[in-house]
Write a protein that binds this ligand. Structure first.
Ligand code: BGC
Length: 423
């Protein structure tokens, strides 16, 4: 449905066909999977290790293909070049509409046998299962559900500033000011395009509401993208710079989280992979760190489902790949991985008693917002729009955020142009 571009598609197809024969030979030697992912921070690596250990316990080899870089942009670039040279890994962390893009290129292998044997259709919510299928066949398996619209905070810093967890954008600015006066950085942030977009979508959700979010960032409605509401969201987003420090440029997200952990900063707006860092630092949710819906977004849940898509492989590599797919949806993996990762399980039937209060809240809010209409896909994390459109929106958001003189009206106009790339 969403080919990257014609020349890439054709080259990839030719190379993939020639590669199939040589892969069959290579895989005759070892039942091993090579898995590309970008889970490289402390919490993420602990989570990825769960899968490696479960595969090894079943006698399969694990070749780790980790490409650092939050949000996965670098990982996707590396994956494209591996696929172009006819040598894709067995599985890769590919999400949302991008699964369809890879499926269209004919590079993904199907998992229907495992899916049927394990009853995936009954296990997975239909909305999740649909994303994992291409032309009716399962080609990917979901590992979790992340929530993106979260605020994290250090309770000692809040207490020192005499403030509570903010619940609206106005309260966020007031609390931020008090935190600054108490001698701390109010909001830890890393100046990278995907982090800017992560914060922006939460601000847009708070200032415009779910329906506006859906129209602007999911349906790419040009009227919404160029509207006064968009201009207001952009202006509020830019004001957040007042709460950030001067050294944020290029900073990784997990370094920003560590600033909250260490008590250098009060708060961070980030998805719940940040919880993986608090967990790795052995802090207790609700006591040593706090979580709450991003201010003003209590009735919404921006979801981000990580999944592993399977490339077309042969022989024992395929056998190992099918085992990988089976393990990912089994309760043992779902529980251990998600406890470390900060997310909640992809299958809704599991016992959540081992999970912390933030994860319990995430599950409750997921179910509540699904019923009430507040469940929306995250634009910043590849759930809402095609990769090329997402890239164009990232450029507008980050250029505006970093510009000294671009008016919000101009940024809104550029948003409309970015959406036209989707036509
Ligand atoms: C992924 C998460 C990852 C985060 C930071 C998100 O796009 O879905 O699994 O932890 O980026 O790298």
């Amino acid at each position: 449905m969403y080919p990257f571009n014609i020349s890439f598609s054709k080259t990839a197809l030719v190379l993939a066909t020639t590669a199939a024969a040589s892969m069959a030979y290579a895989s005759a030697q070892a039942a091993e999977v090579e898995v590309l992912h970008w889970w490289t921070s402390g919490g993420e690596a602990r989570a990825a290790n769960v899968l490696k250990e479960l595969m090894e316990a079943e006698g399969y080899g694990w070749e780790d293909f980790a490409v650092a870089g939050g949000g996965g942009e670098t990982a996707m670039t590396v994956l494209k070049s591996r696929a172009m040279s006819g040598n894709p890994p067995s599985a890769a962390q590919i999400k949302g509409p991008e699964i369809q893009e890879w499926g269209e290129l004919g590079l993904l292998g199907e998992l229907d046998e495992v899916a049927e044997a394990e009853g995936w259709d009954a296990l997975l919510p239909t909305t999740v299962a649909d994303v994992m299928r291409h032309n009716g066949s399962y080609v990917a398996v979901p590992v979790n559900v992340h929530r993106v619209n979260w605020l994290w905070a250090n309770p000692e810093v809040l207490a020192a500033a005499g403030v509570e967890m903010p619940t609206t954008l106005d309260e966020l600015f007031v609390a931020g000011e008090a935190i600054r006066e108490a001698g701390y950085i109010p909001l830890a942030h890393g100046g990278q395009a995907w982090q800017d977009a992560t914060v922006f979508e939460s601000v847009l959700l708070a200032s415009g509401g779910t329906e506006f979010y859906q129209r602007a960032l999911v349906e790419l409605d040009e009227e919404a993208l160029g509207s006064a509401q968009m201009i207001e969201a952009l202006e509020t987003f830019k004001r957040l710079r007042e709460l950030m420090d001067d050294d944020m440029s290029g900073r990784d997200w997990n370094i920003a989280t560590s600033m909250v952990i260490n008590g250098d900063a009060g708060m961070q707006l980030m998805g719940d992979w940040a919880k993986g860092e608090f967990t790795a630092a052995e802090l207790t949710a609700g006591e040593e760190y706090l979580c709450a819906a991003a201010p003003g977004t209590q009735d919404a849940f921006t979801f981000n489902i990580d999944s592993l898509a399977m490339f077309r492989v042969e022989g024992v590599e395929r056998e190992a790949q099918q085992a990988l797919a089976r393990l990912v949806l089994e309760p043992t993996f779902q529980e251990a991985f998600n406890l470390a990762k900060g997310s909640i399980p992809a299958r809704p039937d599991l016992d959540m008693s081992e999970f912390d209060t933030c994860a319990q809240q995430s599950l409750e809010d997921f179910q509540r917002t699904a019923e009430e209409g507040g469940l929306v896909p995250s634009m910043a994390h590849g759930m809402a729009v095609r990769a090329d459109v997402q890239g164009a929106i990232f450029d507008v958001v980050t250029n505006y955020f970093n510009s000294r003189d671009m008016p919000a009206e101009e940024a809104a106009r550029r948003m409309v142009n970015a959406a036209q790339a989707a036509l």
